[in-house]
Write a protein that binds this ligand. Structure first.
Ligand code: FMN
Ligand code: SF4
Ligand code: SF4
Length: 359
């Protein structure tokens, strides 16, 4: 007889890693005789109040050393519990250097969620980071097939072992061994939450290869893309989950590195430099103490940069209709070039049959 009657696993996933983890755990739970439900939170907006003998799981990618806002908000809105068991898992940016498997960084992802659920009356039984291949292809090229396959094979076995452990009534808090490094990166996690994700949302563009098929708009889990003048336009709702960029059949979505760099240079050389020169704000930032000084100036500069980026993104979108400008933006993006692969693998359920679709 299983320890619990029912397991409900809620997941959010951009490129399929977290979805695969949810399914792997679900398979083991079924083998052990549990009734299992796996729910994509982007399709089912509200969680169900669980029975007392139900175990709940949340699985999500890590974004900027945190759970993405869509998952965290879901947890905050989740019905109150009365002692039901909860496990939390975060998929992270796994890499491989030679034979060495390199883990990602969780930051606050599991802790904030665990605190929120504990306060709601749940009993946390496990915190589990799982290092699947990094999908953050705005900042690095997609990993090679061979590397992806070997990371997947290793992590699937580990996840199944973890599932058997918690389903047999044991706890798993090995993640706490990383608490010191997680706490050290807390300020970055908070800054990413406030500023960083808006920045990345405004780095996506659709090139002239776009044939207006509408797939990116249809499949975006948070409905963050709309057509503006017959070209996809990314709104601030974007979670940078990387789904659209990896799924576009025309490989038309790029991270506009050149455009973003130009905006940063202009903001720093023209706007911020002038603001500091003629304004009293620098007197405030020169005050002693961390918050009054360095940190608040970083936040201030971040807000100014994001503000200008939002404004220039509209202009950029308008100018993309001119062929010369479009080429300038597209060719100054690393993602345009073949060596900068796309990440598709996580979306496949069969890890042995993975294949990276060549552009
Ligand atoms: C915007 C963004 C931010 C990320 N931040 C982190 C991070 O802070 N730490 C980490 O280990 N991985 C990070 N990653 C990598 C993903 O969490 C990782 O590849 C995850 O397995 C993707 O899961 P998914 O396929 O379910 O979306 C980030 C990825 C993206 C796109
Ligand atoms: S999926 Fe690609 S081709 Fe289709 S509308 Fe979006 S950007 Fe254009
Ligand atoms: S716009 Fe693209 S990257 Fe942003 S949330 Fe939607 S699918 Fe993900």
């Amino acid at each position: 007889m299983p320890e619990q009657k029912q397991i409900i696993i809620y997941y959010f996933s951009g490129t399929g890693n977290a979805q695969n983890v949810a399914n792997w755990i679900s398979e083991i739970a079924k083998q052990k005789g549990n009734e299992v439900q796996v729910t994509d939170i982007s399709k089912n907006k509200v969680g169900i109040k669980p029975d007392t003998d139900t175990m709940i799981g949340f699985v999500s990618p890590t974004h900027g050393f945190n759970y993405p806002p869509v998952m965290f908000k879901y947890i905050l809105r989740f019905p109150k519990g009365n002692g039901q068991k909860v496990f939390l898992a975060n998929t992270r940016a796994g890499m491989k250097l030679g034979k060495l498997f390199v883990p990602g960084l969780s930051g606050m992802a599991l802790y904030f969620a665990a605190i929120a659920l504990r306060l709601k009356g749940y009993r946390i039984i496990a915190l589990k980071p799982i290092d699947l291949p990094s999908n953050w292809i705005s900042i690095h090229p997609g990993l090679k097939d061979k590397v992806v396959d070997s990371i997947y094979k290793k992590r699937k076995t580990q996840t199944e072992k973890f599932a058997r452990k918690i389903l047999s009534g044991k706890k798993d808090f090995k993640a706490l061994r990383e608490i010191i490094q997680d706490l050290i990166i807390t300020p970055i996690a908070i800054l990413y939450y406030i500023i960083g994700r808006f920045f990345f949302a405004k780095s996506f563009i659709a090139s002239n290869k776009c044939n207006n098929c509408g797939l990116c708009i249809k499949e975006c889990p948070v409905k963050a893309i709309k057509f503006v003048n017959d070209r996809p336009y990314w709104t601030h709702k974007c979670e940078s989950c990387m789904h659209c960029m990896n799924a576009c059949p025309q490989r038309a979505i790029e991270t506009a590195h050149g455009f973003v760099t130009a905006v940063i240079i202009i903001v720093n050389m023209l706007i911020l430099a002038q603001l500091y020169k003629y304004s009293v704000i620098n007197i405030y930032f020169e005050q002693p103490g961390l918050f009054a000084g360095k940190l608040s100036s970083i936040i201030f500069e971040g807000f100014i940069t994001i503000g200008i980026l939002f404004f220039s993104y509209r202009i950029n979108h308008f100018l993309l209709r001119f062929s010369f400008y479009e080429k300038l933006v597209v060719y100054s993006s690393f993602t345009k070039y073949k060596f900068w692969r796309r990440y598709k693998t996580g979306q496949l359920q069969e890890t042995t049959k993975v294949s990276q679709k060549k552009a």
